[in-house]
Design a protein around this ligand. Structure first.
Ligand SMILES: C[S@@+](CC[C@H](N)C(=O)[O-])C[C@H]1O[C@@H](n2cnc3c(N)ncnc32)[C@H](O)[C@@H]1O
Length: 253
């Protein structure tokens, strides 16, 4: 196995390929419609997008009229977010910060904090998780909502499938796969590029904390959220620990 990288090094490396790997433009068409009901149901006018990456959710939310601040630990991902924001002419305020020191960089409070796209599982220790979730809590207005979306690790840990996804885009193939090592989980991206009759590859590895649904509820309660609801998707489908692809949690301050 490759040596795992720090979160910022992993995403700084990935930033130039991220939108190709995640099919940014088709994703805009596919997922954008999901957010109108969320904004209406939760009456969101201002939002923090925590772990914003190249800005997919920030841009969708801003386009729907939400005033968005995006934050990410990776300067390269935030650089791509700014490029996307300029290209699409959709305004987003962007800040480079890790979740654990967020309140040093941001003082506004928000109707909602979104932490989407499996960002939270990069926090490996209880201390990091508690500090980060506590910062999300501080940055919410009273009655505000934290929306967390991660993959369903209750299922993933049971199934222990190694390959998460394979995507070919032009001359590049992205193979996302796991290594399960005792109690630790490593996430790898094997990128294979073909050019001039040559094939090059890179492997980028990071450790993840496979957060389970019950564990998430305990952390949220410990930092003071008054209620939590769990779903299997951002469309509020019910959560099935053996079948759902995603684990979505809504926590009210
Ligand atoms: C899988 S990407 C998701 C990006 C975006 N939300 C999306 O769905 O396309 C995870 C993002 O979370 C950021 N991230 C992970 N841990 C972080 C931390 N502790 N503080 C700030 N950002 C973090 C990474 O840099 C990365 O851009």
């Amino acid at each position: 196995m490759q040596n795992p990288k720090s979160i910022s090094a992993f995403y700084d490396n990935l930033a130039s390929d991220y939108d190709t790997m995640t099919d940014f433009e088709n994703r805009l068409g596919r997922e954008a419609a999901v957010f109108r009901p969320i904004i209406d149901r939760l009456a969101i006018q201002t939002a923090l997008d925590a772990g914003a990456g190249t800005g997919f959710h920030s841009l969708v939310l801003s386009k729907l009229g939400v005033n968005v601040t995006a934050v990410d630990i990776s300067a390269e991902m935030i650089g791509k977010l700014k490029e996307n924001s300029e290209k699409l002419r959709i305004p987003v305020d962007a800040v480079v910060s890790d979740f654990e020191t967020l309140t040093k960089h941001i003082s506004a409070t928000f109707d909602a904090v979104f932490c989407l796209g499996n960002s939270l599982v990069h926090l490996l220790t209880e201390d990091a998780l508690l500090k980060s979730i506590s910062n999300f809590h501080s940055l919410l207005k009273p009655g505000g909502v934290l929306v967390i979306q991660i993959l369903n690790y209750d299922r993933i840990i049971k199934e222990r499938n190694r390959v998460q996804s394979i995507r070919k885009a032009g001359d590049t193939t992205f193979i996302r796969f796991y290594d399960y090592c005792e109690n630790r989980l490593f996430f790898n991206i094997l990128t294979v590029k073909e050019a001039d009759n040559k094939i090059d590859h890179t492997i980028n590895t990071v450790e993840l904390h496979p957060l389970l649904k019950e564990e998430m509820s305990i952390y949220l309660e410990r930092v003071g959220f008054i209620s939590t609801e769990h779903y299997g998707s951002l469309r509020f489908e019910s959560f099935d620990e053996n079948k759902s692809s995603n684990s979505v949690t809504l926590a009210v301050k």
